[in-house]
Design a protein around this ligand. Structure first.
Ligand code: ADP
Ligand code: MG
Length: 364
């Protein structure tokens, strides 16, 4: 009885997630660095509506409307962001593949969202850490029913080359870079190692981290009491800065980097658009990034994109281009006509979940 209710409850949660669609987009606007900043934000709606305007009035058509699944304003905390992401992350423990990536220009807050800003302490940790902490908790809670084994892998893609961040010598052997983790302490150690490796490379090439994609992959393997096996993975991606580099100003290595970044980010956009349009051909093979993420983009996998923007007026052009990219990714799946029906079904399922929760509480 009890186990059945738990199982049923989880099934319903996953159905609610399914109905929300497999591709969703959250926008996050970081706080301004200075109180004097003329802000681009005009309106943030609880329903995911965002209106921005050009405070410097440099552009003729200076006001723009966007609609996302959620918008986090400058006051949103790491916890607020995590709470909104948690159900998706949890579905990994039920066998779903999930991909979460942070997109936006350099300095817009991608690393803050994914890794957090405070080095060496667990204060203000980002999604990477909070997700693993949550997965360990679930693994513990379910240990009498399912035996989970969790491995993580950290890689960086720079100029279309994949390189491991967690192996001591920087070798890119996929097997060698799979690390078994049993607790959040293991994860912290690994992240430190990854950071050290990235710092080493950033002295060689200045500020390299904003010009490479960094991917933390969590592999979950579970075996339940009946012997059936569950396998899934969660990709957590901090993308290279999406800013346009003025081709007339950069040459040599910088130009090459910029071209690689542009190419891989537009490939990512193409793959997501093709998925959302349910095309028969999905162009995964066009970049190392999409190839690496292939198993968690499309099919029954769930994708969440964080579109990061800066509030400053002088970033207005980049902000519009980030939001347009994000809008292209988000609109295709959820048509307005279907949204109503879906929200009705979501409501019904939520009611069922509530009644199951009550049934559970009575049992305990
Ligand atoms: P990116 O990775 O996109 O280049 P960062 O995450 O490094 O950007 O953010 C740039 C700066 O802004 C960092 O100093 C970071 O600590 C700060 N920052 C970003 N987002 C937030 C936020 N939501 N709250 C507070 N500080 C933030
Ligand atoms: Mg960064």
């Amino acid at each position: 009885g009890y186990q059945r209710v738990v199982k049923e409850n989880r099934k319903l949660y996953n159905m609610v997630q399914d109905l929300k669609g497999n591709i969703r987009v959250y926008c996050r606007i970081r706080p301004a660095f200075s109180a004097e900043t003329k802000n681009v934000i005009e309106y943030i709606g609880e329903d995911g509506c965002l209106v921005i305007s050009d405070p410097l009035k440099l552009q003729k058509d200076g006001r723009k409307n966007f609609q996302f699944n959620h918008v986090f304003g400058p006051a949103a905390t790491q916890d607020d962001v995590f709470k909104e992401t948690q159900p998706l992350i949890r579905s990994v423990m039920d066998g779903y593949n999930v991909c979460i990536f942070a997109y936006g220009q350099t300095g817009s807050g991608k690393t803050h969202t994914m890794s957090g800003s405070s080095r060496g302490s667990t204060k203000d940790m980002g999604i990477n850490y909070l997700a693993l902490e949550d997965l360990f908790q679930i693994s513990n809670k379910r240990k009498d029913i399912i035996n989970y084994v969790i491995h993580v892998q950290m890689v960086e893609i720079y100029n279309e080359q994949i390189r491991s961040c967690a192996s001591e010598n920087g070798l890119s052997l996929p097997d060698a870079t799979m690390c078994s983790v049993k607790s959040t302490a293991d994860v912290l150690d690994l992240m430190k190692l990854g950071e050290v490796n990235r710092v080493v490379s950033s002295t060689a090439i200045n500020n390299r981290s904003s010009r490479s994609h960094s991917v933390l992959t969590v592999h979950v393997h579970g075996k339940d009491v009946s012997g059936s096996i569950l396998r899934s993975c969660l990709h957590l991606v901090d993308l290279a800065g999406s800013e346009r580099v003025d081709k007339s100003e950069v040459t040599g290595d910088r130009l090459k980097e910029a071209q690689y970044i542009n190419k891989s980010l537009s490939c990512l956009g193409d793959v997501i658009t093709a998925l959302a349009q349910k095309n028969s051909h999905i162009p995964y093979r066009n970049s190392k990034l999409t190839l690496l993420l292939q198993d968690s983009l499309g099919g029954h996998a769930k994708t969440l994109m964080f579109a990061h923007v800066s509030p400053e007026g002088d970033s207005f052009g980049e902000t519009v281009s980030t939001l347009k990219f994000a809008q292209r990714v988000s609109t295709v799946e959820l048509g307005a006509a279907r949204a109503n029906k879906e929200s009705n079904e979501v409501m019904k399922l939520k009611e069922q979940i509530e009644s199951l929760k009550k049934a559970l509480a009575n049992k305990e």
